[in-house]
Write a protein of this length. Structure first.
Length: 196
């Protein structure tokens, strides 16, 4: 006797396959995506999360050298609110959010808010061209070897570019945006941390 699959069985099988593929994608190491010649990118979804002070993890330890050959440590910015933006030049949402990030940086720099970029892909030439095109005046650090991204693990998905973190005055992640930052949302996040 030959049995034909029912619609319910076919849908169940399709759902199981989709779930398995999603789980496999979550476990895939995508760190080489940035260093490869691929033009593609995986953008975050624009999800914004704020973390109550009592629920924040330990301070992040971000260390690197900017494109201007200046040493950067997040520890040296304790007492300030620090905004960390993960980007690279050929990422379309990074280009879209760049003018807004620069405007927010200018508006908040006198209020003890510092910005730093983490570039996961570019050599100095493309990074500086991007900064010149969009008038970016805050520093960025190259992270081709993913050492900074390793320090951000658990806070920024390795394949979600752009991503933005707002660190409180103790260096703890107070808020994050996965995907292009909505300027009004980012301003509200910064305001909330300033008022703490």
């Amino acid at each position: 006797m030959t049995t034909h699959p029912t619609r319910r069985r076919l849908l169940g099988a399709a759902g199981s396959l989709t779930g398995a593929l999603l789980l496999a994608a979550c476990g895939t190491d995508t760190s080489d995506r940035y260093s490869s010649g691929e033009a593609g990118y995986v953008s975050g979804t624009g999800v914004a999360v704020e973390i109550a002070a009592a629920d924040r993890a330990e301070p992040l330890e971000i260390v690197g050298t900017t494109y201007d050959d200046e040493e950067f440590t997040s520890a040296s910015h304790r007492g300030d609110v620090l905004v960390v933006n993960v980007w690279y030049a050929s990422c379309p949402p990074c280009r879209k959010e760049a003018p807004d990030l620069q405007a927010i940086h200018e508006d908040y720099q006198d209020q003890g808010v510092q910005f730093v970029g983490v570039n996961v892909r570019d050599a100095e030439g493309p990074a500086r061209a991007f900064e010149e095109t969009y008038g970016i005046t805050y520093p960025s650090m190259p992270d081709a070897d993913a050492e900074i991204m390793y320090a951000l693990r658990g806070q920024v998905a390795p394949n979600a570019v752009p991503s933005t973190l707002v660190l409180d005055r103790e260096g703890r992640v107070a808020a994050r945006i996965s995907g292009a930052a909505d300027p009004s949302v980012l301003r509200a996040m910064i305001d909330a941390v300033i008022e703490e």
